[in-house]
Structure formats: structure tokens, C-alpha cells
Design a protein around this ligand. Structure first.
Ligand code: ADP
Length: 593
């Protein structure tokens, strides 16, 4: 029991802790909150004064009862109209406040999500972030809107209780006892419900992650003819979520049922006491009427108590989940240095670099090489040799375990985010193209992009002629992930993006997919257009495409096994020679087929 008490205290402390953390997002709009609070005070006053007014009028009914009744009814109507009006104005203020606070928090979670380390993003389903950005932020914003509502109800409850204490001390004590018993039972219910709700939120994350994956992968699911198994998995996941939701709702309904019964029993008991006091002459009729009028308020308070505790529980859970993304070590953020370099020259040096992704095998082992500014260097080697890992390390997506990587002589981890990311671009095998027009996909990189700059970049990326064949030209919407573009076109659009970014270093992961020769030639041509002006690193999946590179670096099982031109390696390096011959014979075979 003592342990439970301590825990409960901790629960409230936790809520207070998160409220303090949430407040900065609401600070800007606190004027709305202030007006709302004023409205709530007026509502409170009506709540306390109206029953006294009604009772007094009823008691003072004289012979001219009809006339008096008319005025009393009119006054009650007036009070109700006033109450509704204040509520309407209050709703306006609180809605403005709610949407603004929710937006502030949503933007913050989105901003922080973009700072997460690649590893964190890789190891969590997208549902984790979608759910938190869309659902939990609403719950958080609701707290301010509801808490004031509840606080005013609590103030009016105290007002009502104080009024009762003046009227009859025994009934006052009974009502206080009544509220304490209800509070304890409801607090216990919320404690049980919190666990169930947390489980439900987790299941919900899994479900939305799966759904988003299913929608994004719909095309592949159809091609793989895997609809049935995907739907069956969806069925399991949704069942799981439904079970957790059902469990929460069922437990909640049970608590509502039992708490309702306890409430009604206590209420019945207090009424009995009231009748006893009336009959035994300890209470006057008028006082009894006032207390009876207040009774509705007390019963409402008991319901509000339930809502209040549930709100706190929902809020704490949502805040816990939101602040996990914003500032907890559970979701680590990328760390950058403070060295500012506006324009890197493009000198890259790996010095005895070793790296492993997790506790598994070492992926790079004592790798050293140097690339001069404006050189074009291709990395070759079998799949899984560690080529993409080299790119990931240069881009600061992961950090080395041993050794150092220098850009223009500065260790990568010492560069600021702008200096590093602003000076290099990665063109991946399957670049992510946003569901916007081609123009917007390019202006998102540079807001003040001129028409000439855009067309020039697309011409150099060998994409302009294709864009001109589209009905809407540069304003053509390319669909989610650029689905309406071919693999080669997506890569060329990414090249145009890199050209617009004007980064000194371009990391290019050549597509493995069998692009047709013409597309391949176009891409080769667009890279060729950049050669000599930029430092270009290419992961070459086909050796036939690297002949034009200044140098090749051969990676085998995480080690550098040769550096030189295509011709040099072919003559002096057995591994490269074998790799080259293997590719030739593969090409030969596919030609024969
Ligand atoms: P390549 O580009 O030469 O095909 P990679 O650098 O992609 O090779 O992969 C090298 C090794 O690292 C592979 O064994 C691969 O399974 C592993 N690997 C790649 N990415 C990750 C990751 N994010 N987490 C754990 N292991 C990874």
C-alpha cells in the first residue's frame, strides 16, 4: 500500500513534470487561455449562485404565485442563455488555442524526428513516428483546453461544498467523504487503465507502421502476388490492436459500472440522511432545497473527477511518448561538430578506418585511401563488400569505430551539420522523390531557384528533353516516391537536385537494376557532364561503367585490395581481373539467352 502511494505521488509528479515541459508550446497563445479562464470563472459563479437564487424564489412564493413564477422562470432562462453564450465564446477561444498548440508540438516532433540517427530510424517502424505526430500531439494539446475546464469545475465544487458547510456541517462532511471514496476508487481504476492504454498505443503504432508500409509497397505486393499473405498479416495485426482496444474499453466499462453503483449508493445514503435531518427538525425545507439543487453539481463533480483522472492519464502517456522523440536518450539524435566551412574543396581521406554497424561482424577493416578535389573515383567489389558503408560514413550517417575520416583535412565529426551536409549530396540507387511536381522537387532544395538554373541543371542531368515531352512539363506531379518516373529518370532527377545544391562532393550509388543501355548511357553522360568540376565518388555495380573514372578502389570483404585505373588493375590485380572476367562472361551469357 505504501509502495502504491509512493507510486501514485510519482504519477502526479510525472504529470506536473510534463506539463512544465509542454507549457512553452502553449505560451505564445496564452491570451486565448486567459479569456477562456475568465469565461470559466463566470460559469463557476453561475454554478454556485443559481441554486441559491432558485431556492430563495421558490420559498418566497406568495399568493401572487403565478406572476412571481413567471419572473423566476424568466430569470432562470436568462441565466441559461448567459451560460450558453459564455460557453460559446469560450469554445471559440479554446479552439483557436488548441489548433495552435497542436501545430507547435507537431512541428517540433517532426523537426526532432528529422534529427534522429539513421540507426534509430532504421530500427523503428514508421508507425512509431506517425502515431506520435498525428495522435499523441492532439492529446497533449487537449490537456490545456480541458484542464481549465476541470479546474473551474473543481473551483465550483469547492464553492458548492463551502456553501453546504454553511448550511449543514454533517451533510458537508458526508459529501466530503463521498468525494474522497470516489476519488480513491477512480484513481485506482485509472492506474489499471494506464497500463492497458499504453499497450493499446503500442499496438496502434505497429498497425499504422504496417499500413503505411503496405500502401508504399502496394505495387511490389501485387507483383509478388503476395496480397493474401499481406492481408493475413494485416488481419493478425488489426486483431491484436482490436484485442488491446477491447481489453481497455471492457476494463473501463467495468470500472464505470462499479464506480457508478458506488456513487449511486453513497448518494442514496446521503439523501436518506437529509430526509432524517428534515424529519427530525435539524434542517429547514429551504436549506434542504438548496442542498438538493447542489446535489446535481456534486454528482457531476464525481463524473468530472473520472474525466479529470482519465485526462491526466492520457496526457501523461502521450507526453511520455512525445518527449521520448523530442529529448530522450531512447531516440538518439545525430551529433555534429562546430567547425563551420562554407565551401569544402572536396579532399577526402580515410585513415585506418574500421567500422561495424552493431555488435556483429566488422564491415570495414583498416581502410585507408585519399581522393583529391575534382577527382572521379569508383568503388568496385562484390555485393556486401562495404562500398555503401563507406558512403554512409562520409555522409556522417554513422561514425567510425576506429581510425579517422577527413574532409579537407578536418575530421568529419568536427564539422557542423551545415558544413557537412551542405557540401555533399548522395544519389542513391533508388532516390526518394517527393509526391510533388518536378519543379517543386527542385525548389524544395533551393527556394530562390530561377527558371534558367532549373533548366540548366536538368539539361546537364540529361532530363530536360524528357520533361519537355510531358504534358505539364516541369509542373508534372510525379506521384508518391516518384512512381510515375522510371528508375533512370528518378536518378537523373536526383542528379539535377545535386547540381542545384552545388555541393562539392557527389556520392553516386549506381543502380544495380538492369537499366536499359540507353538509360545507362544517359546517366553516364550526365555524370560525365559533371566530371572535373566536382569530387565524384561512384559505387559501380557494373565495371563497364567505370572505365571513365580517374581511379578505381577495389573493396573486398571490408578491405582495400587495390587502387588504380581500370587498365592498371586489370594488369596487376588478380581479384579485379577475376571480377571483370566474371562480369564479361555474365554479359555473354545474358546475350546468348
Ligand atoms: P556493398 O555496398 O558493398 O554492397 P554494404 O556496405 O551495403 O555493401 O554492406 C556491407 C555489410 O554491412 C553487409 O554485410 C551488410 O549486410 C551490412 N550492413 C549494411 N547496412 C547495414 C545496417 N544498416 N545495419 C547492419 N548491417 C548492415
Amino acid at each position: 500500500m505504501e509502495k502504491d502511494e509512493k507510486k501514485k505521488k510519482r504519477d502526479f509528479k510525472e504529470t506536473w513534470y510534463y506539463l512544465k515541459k509542454t507549457y512553452p508550446y502553449a505560451k505564445k497563445d496564452k491570451k486565448y487561455l486567459f479569456f477562456f479562464f475568465l469565461g470559466c470563472i463566470v460559469l463557476c459563479a453561475i454554478q454556485i449562485v443559481a441554486p441559491i437564487f432558485t431556492a430563495r424564489q421558490i420559498i418566497e412564493l406568495t399568493n401572487e404565485a403565478w406572476q412571481q413564477l413567471f419572473w423566476v422562470t424568466l430569470a432562470i432562462l436568462g441565466i441559461e442563455v448567459l451560460r450558453n453564450f459564455v460557453r460559446k465564446v469560450n469554445n471559440f477561444f479554446i479552439n483557436r488555442f488548441f489548433y495552435s498548440v497542436r501545430k507547435n508540438i507537431q512541428l517540433e516532433v517532426a523537426r526532432e524526428t528529422l534529427k534522429l540517427t539513421t540507426e534509430t530510424l532504421n530500427t523503428h517502424s514508421s508507425g512509431v513516428f506517425i502515431e506520435r505526430i498525428s495522435n499523441d500531439t492532439s492529446v497533449i494539446a487537449e490537456i490545456f483546453m480541458n484542464i481549465i475546464d476541470y479546474v473551474t469545475y473543481i473551483i465550483s465544487a469547492i464553492g458548492v461544498l463551502v456553501s453546504i458547510s454553511f448550511l449543514n456541517m454533517t451533510l458537508f462532511l458526508l459529501y466530503v467523504g463521498f468525494l474522497i471514496i470516489l476519488f480513491v476508487t477512480k484513481a485506482y481504476a485509472q492506474k489499471v487503465l494506464k497500463k492497458k492504454r499504453r499497450l493499446e498505443r503500442e499496438k496502434s503504432e505497429v498497425a499504422s507502421g504496417f499500413v503505411s508500409e503496405m500502401v508504399r509497397g502496394a505495387k511490389d505486393i501485387k507483383i509478388l502476388n503476395a496480397e493474401t499473405s499481406f492481408l493475413s498479416k494485416a488481419n493478425d495485426i488489426v486483431n491484436d490492436l482490436n484485442q488491446a482496444s477491447y481489453d481497455y474499453t471492457k476494463t473501463r466499462r467495468n470500472f464505470v459500472f462499479w464506480n457508478g453503483n458506488i456513487r449511486d449508493l453513497l448518494d442514496f445514503f446521503i439523501i436518506l440522511c437529509g430526509i432524517y435531518f428534515l424529519v427530525s427538525g435539524q434542517l429547514e425545507v429551504a436549506t434542504m432545497i438548496v442542498i438538493f439543487n447542489y446535489r446535481n453539481n456534486i454528482l457531476a463533480i464525481s463524473d468530472f473527477l473520472e474525466g479529470f483522472l482519465e485526462l491526466i492519464q492520457r496526457y501523461t502517456l502521450a507526453a511520455e511518448r512525445i518527449f521520448e522523440v523530442i529529448d530522450s536518450p531512447k531516440f538518439p539524435k545525430e551529433v555534429f561538430g562546430s567547425k563551420q566551412v562554407k565551401k569544402l574543396e572536396g579532399h577526402i581521406k580515410f585513415q585506418n578506418v574500421s567500422f561495424q554497424y552493431d555488435d556483429s561482424q566488422e564491415v570495414l577493416n583498416d581502410v585507408s585511401f585519399e581522393i583529391k578535389p575534382n577527382e572521379t573515383v569508383s568503388f568496385v567489389g562484390k555485393s556486401g563488400a562495404g562500398k555503401s558503408t563507406i558512403f554512409n560514413l562520409i555522409a556522417g550517417l554513422y561514425h567510425v569505430n576506429q581510425g579517422s575520416i577527413y574532409l579537407d583535412g578536418i575530421p568529419v565529426e568536427e564539422l557542423s551539420k551545415e558544413s557537412l551536409r551542405g557540401n555533399l549530396s548522395i544519389i542513391s540507387q533508388n532516390p526518394y522523390i517527393f509526391n510533388m511536381s518536378i519543379r517543386e522537387n527542385l525548389t524544395i532544395i533551393k527556394h530562390d531557384l530561377t527558371e534558367e538554373e532549373m533548366v540548366l541543371a536538368c539539361k546537364r542531368a540529361r532530363l530536360h528533353d524528357f520533361i519537355m515531352t510531358l504534358k505539364d512539363g516541369y509542373d508534372t506531379i510525379v506521384g508518391e516516391s516518384g512512381v510515375t518516373l522510371s528508375g533512370g529518370q528518378r536518378q537523373r532527377l536526383a542528379i539535377a537536385r545535386a547540381l542545384i545544391q552545388k555541393t562539392e562532393i557527389i556520392l553516386f550509388d549506381e543502380a544495380t537494376s538492369a537499366l536499359d543501355n540507353e538509360t545507362q548511357a544517359e546517366i553516364q553522360q550526365s555524370i560525365h557532364n559533371m566530371q572535373g568540376e566536382y569530387t565524384i565518388l561512384i559505387i559501380a555495380h557494373r565495371l563497364s561503367t567505370v572505365i571513365n573514372s580517374d581511379r578505381l578502389i577495389l573493396i573486398d570483404q571490408g578491405k582495400v585490395k587495390g587502387i588504380g585505373t581500370h587498365q592498371e588493375l586489370l594488369e596487376h590485380n588478380a581479384i579485379y581481373k577475376k571480377l571483370y572476367e566474371l562480369e564479361l562472361s555474365d554479359e555473354e551469357k545474358s546475350k546468348q539467352e
